[in-house]
Design a protein around this ligand. Structure first.
Ligand code: FES
Length: 127
């Protein structure tokens, strides 16, 4: 049986469509927000070929958003995710931090599905 808190957390989740997979550079990223107001849940997806990965935009180091420019989350060679603040570097496929501050930590994965070529993410409606 679910607790009141578990039930409330499920009720406050939302699925949103964030666009077509083939509209995102390969490799490339797209930001999204779930919810409204001052504290929406912020995340981003990374496309790598036909694979897509989704994470919360919250660095494992000290919690800054990872990007300073819209939709820019990758290293110059586009082989990894990098935080613009202090350089924590994450694997695209797992979100595991393997270099820089925050090593050993991970990005929070976000539930994702692709239907008819559209990417959908599901997450809480606030931070
Ligand atoms: S907040 Fe991301 S590396 Fe420091």
């Amino acid at each position: 049986m679910m607790t009141w808190l578990q039930q409330r957390m499920i009720e406050s989740e939302q699925e949103i469509g964030i666009g077509r997979l083939d509209e995102i550079d390969d490799p490339g990223c797209r930001e999204f927000e779930i919810g409204e107001g001052d504290w929406p849940f912020r995340g981003f997806v990374v496309r790598q070929g036909d694979a897509v990965f989704a994470y919360q935009n919250f660095c494992a180091h000290v919690g800054h958003p990872l990007n300073w420019s819209p939709n820019k989350f990758l290293t110059k060679d586009k082989s990894a995710i990098i935080c613009a603040s202090h350089g924590a570097t994450y694997e695209i496929e797992t979100g595991r931090c393997f270099a820089g501050p925050g090593s050993g930590g991970s990005l929070r994965q976000v539930e994702l599905s692709i239907r008819d070529g559209i990417i959908y993410v599901t997450g809480p409606t606030s931070m």
